[in-house]
Design a protein around this ligand. Structure first.
Ligand code: HEM
Length: 436
């Protein structure tokens, strides 16, 4: 099977016809095993993970984004993961909630102004708003300082351009000679250097100040290797900070955009959420300690990521011959764990296409087989930012529902655009009304 610009409907129809695991060809040249079998996915990500490093699809982007946690491998990855993991523990994330709330407030100010000018009701391009919001939250959580708008926009634009180019060069490998001829690789190397230098300037500014900070950058600067007691080099700090921006930006932005898309079509879910908010918060902003009492907000976020997992595919390659349940996995086999397919499989989910946050009520989830729900991946390379992301998304949900009513606007169904993350192909337009 050949992978086209919009592969998802094709992938789904093949899986429905031929079973949960099949061979496909990316760009018509490279055989890849695509699977929505949760058992096989657990096998490669967790049970036999040592045999399955990431493939060159993931490693290739290191050319532009450097060797941070997401792109590194083997003993270097393990050493970095051990070093950085404590910085993402629940309590550390709790400490970032104030920064997140402050940034959410900043992001909503222009919308509030617009609403005031337009008599309390306006149409909003939701994906654009959520992209800015998610980027500002991760940038602020990393660098604390109030970042200037122009620089933020430039950073975000650089990231988008680099990722789009990378996906194109992978999906359509036959274009590579043409891209090289047009100097595209060099131009994108230059964009990557510009991005890296921006991150480096924040790192240097921080090293030169005596003020104390409690953000992700400070965590990266403060950690020490257990064996030598040494800190990371500047290059390593830049690598890791850059990877946090990359990993934490589009993923959350897309999940949040899809969440509003779904909520605007399901007013009864919003009504249930508001009832819980009234009970727990009255009309104040949520603190970290409130979140366990607002479990439905987590369920909404979880169900959104079931239907629209931002990381829709996770790639690995077999290092040695292996097999799973009669499927041969010879050395060199590329494997794509098709998270989107698992999350929509009728064999795993009743009425799989329906948006029902109730599925994630704690007692319900216990009945799901392992690896039926894995928006953050699994095994040792499980997303390090999962707690951060869940917290951030719940805060955005609660803060926006507190301020606005959100109405559906008639529009054709929004299609999927599966790049590195699962974006909406068209802008999502919704009507926002101020709540008095
Ligand atoms: C909705 C939001 C997010 C989703 C769905 C998501 C999903 C994922 C997935 C599936 C992986 C594993 C990839 C693989 O195994 O090949 C991953 C890894 C990673 N994520 Fe996230 N992520 C999200 C948000 C974040 C945030 C906010 C951060 C940082 C603050 C972050 C940082 C990372 C890092 C550093 C890794 C690499 C971990 C490692 O390999 O050790 N992610 N993410």
């Amino acid at each position: 099977m050949l992978i086209a610009a919009n592969p998802i409907p094709i992938l789904n129809s093949y899986l429905n016809t031929y079973g949960d695991t099949l061979i496909m060809y990316i760009g018509g040249v490279r055989p890849t095993l695509l699977t929505r079998d949760p058992g096989l996915v657990q096998h490669i990500l967790q049970k036999n993970h040592r045999n399955y490093p990431k493939s060159e699809l993931s490693h290739g982007i290191a050319r532009y984004l450097g060797h941070g946690l997401l792109t590194s491998e083997g003993s270097y990855w393990l050493q970095q993961r051990r070093l950085i993991q404590p910085g993402f523990h629940r309590q550390r994330v709790a400490g970032l909630v104030e920064l997140m709330q402050a940034e959410i407030n900043e992001c909503l100010k222009p919308l509030k102004r617009q609403l005031a000018q337009e008599g309390g009701s306006t149409e909003v391009e939701v994906h654009r708003l959520m992209t800015t919001t998610a980027f500002r939250i991760i940038a602020r959580s990393t660098f604390s300082t109030n970042l200037d708008n122009a620089k933020l926009e430039r950073m975000s634009a650089l990231l988008t351009a680099i990722q789009a180019f990378y996906v194109r060069s992978i999906r359509q490998p036959y274009l590579r000679p043409w891209l090289a001829l047009r100097n595209q690789f060099r131009q994108h190397d230059e964009l990557a250097t510009e991005l890296r230098e921006m991150v480096r300037s924040y790192v240097r500014q921080r090293q030169q100040t005596d003020d104390s900070y409690d953000d992700l950058l400070q965590m990266l600067l403060d950690v020490r290797y257990e064996d030598t007691g040494a800190p990371m080099t500047e290059e390593q700090v830049v690598d890791e900070a850059l990877i946090l921006l990359v990993a934490g930006h589009e993923t959350s932005a897309n999940a949040l955009s899809w969440m509003w898309y779904l909520l605007a079509q399901h007013p009864s879910v919003v009504a249930q959420m508001r009832a819980d908010m009234t009970q727990v918060l009255c009309d104040r902003s949520a603190a970290f300690a409130d979140l366990p009492n607002l479990g439905y907000s987590l369920q909404i976020v979880q169900e959104t990521m079931r239907l629209y997992p931002p990381a829709w595919i996770v790639d690995r390659v077999a290092q040695e011959d292996d097999s799973y349940n009669g499927i041969r996995l010879p050395k060199g086999t590329m494997i794509s764990a098709y998270l989107l397919g698992i999350h929509h499989a009728p064999s795993l989910w009743e009425d799989a296409e329906a948006f029902r946050p109730e599925r994630f009520a704690p007692e319900q989830m216990k009945q799901q087989p392992p690896y039926a729900y894995i928006p953050f991946g699994g095994g040792p390379r499980l997303c390090i930012g999962n707690q951060f992301a869940l917290t951030e998304m719940q805060l955005v949900l609660l803060e926006m529902l507190r301020r606005f009513d959100i109405d559906w606007v008639e529009q054709p169904p929004i299609q999927l655009q599966p790049l590195i993350t699962l974006r909406p192909r068209q802008e999502i337009r919704l009507r926002f009304r101020s709540r008095s």
